[in-house]
Design a protein around this ligand. Structure first.
Ligand SMILES: CC(C)(COP(=O)(O)OP(=O)(O)OC[C@H]1O[C@@H](n2cnc3c(N)ncnc32)[C@H](O)[C@@H]1OP(=O)(O)O)[C@@H](O)C(=O)NCCC(=O)NCCS
Length: 183
């Protein structure tokens, strides 16, 4: 959609006022507090879309590791997408898609694989994301894997030129535990 100015910044490059603006945007979109949301996911690369100087859409990637296979024998460093949000008043105009396409370009240039967990699979499918078909788990600090059945069918991946050809979409997949939602 024309008029959207898309910019990128690392978390540490954001002014405190920008973080306040992004927090308000995410809280309006998700309808929940984002007071500790940034610390929970850690620093990363933000893609922001501005209309008339106001950030109306946001998505970010953080570096995480995924473990694939029955023995979690393949470990991949991935771009994990978080906090995808468009202000409710301007949703449905293509702003979120535009931001996610830019993020997809960034993932494609720099990462082995993109990943995310969502309840909005259709939105991401249109943008080239693929639903992971295998069972999901969370890898605890001691290495044990705990099944996360509520996430089955909600984890998606984004292939890049570096993605292994033999990725089995039906294989078990796990992610490191973190405070709050691990996926
Ligand atoms: C998900 C979300 C980020 C999408 O942002 P958005 O700016 O509305 O995204 P888009 O406008 O690009 O796409 C939304 C829909 O409008 C459609 N659309 C895209 N461009 C369009 C256009 N120019 N005109 C009409 N519709 C359009 C898309 O196909 C998409 O369809 P879908 O609902 O079937 O997926 C937004 O709805 C949101 O913030 N939701 C709350 C938070 C959330 O759930 N985040 C994702 C969690 S993983």
């Amino acid at each position: 959609m024309s008029g959207l100015r898309v910019t990128t910044a690392q978390t540490e490059e954001l002014e405190p006022s920008q973080l306040v603006e992004l927090t308000a945007l995410c809280e309006a979109s998700f309808g929940e507090s984002f007071a500790s949301a940034w610390e929970r996911v850690g620093p990363g690369l933000h893609v922001m879309g501005e209309l008339e100087g106001r950030v109306v859409t946001h998505a970010m990637v953080v570096d995480r590791r995924l473990y694939l296979g029955h023995e979690a024998d393949v470990a991949l460093d991935v771009a994990y997408v978080e906090h995808v949000a468009t202000l409710p008043t301007v949703q449905g105009f293509g702003h979120g898609s535009r931001t996610m396409r830019r993020l997809g370009d960034i993932i494609g240039e720099a990462y082995t694989l993109g990943a995310l967990a969502t309840g909005r699979s259709q939105f991401y499918e249109q943008l080239g994301w693929i639903t992971w078909a295998g069972p999901t788990s969370v890898r605890m600090p001691d290495g044990e894997r705990l099944r996360s059945p509520t996430q089955d069918g909600h984890v998606m991946i984004f292939r890049t030129p570096r993605t292994p050809d033999d990725l089995e979409l039906g294989a078990p997949i796990s992610v490191d535990w973190r405070d709050g939602d691990s996926w």
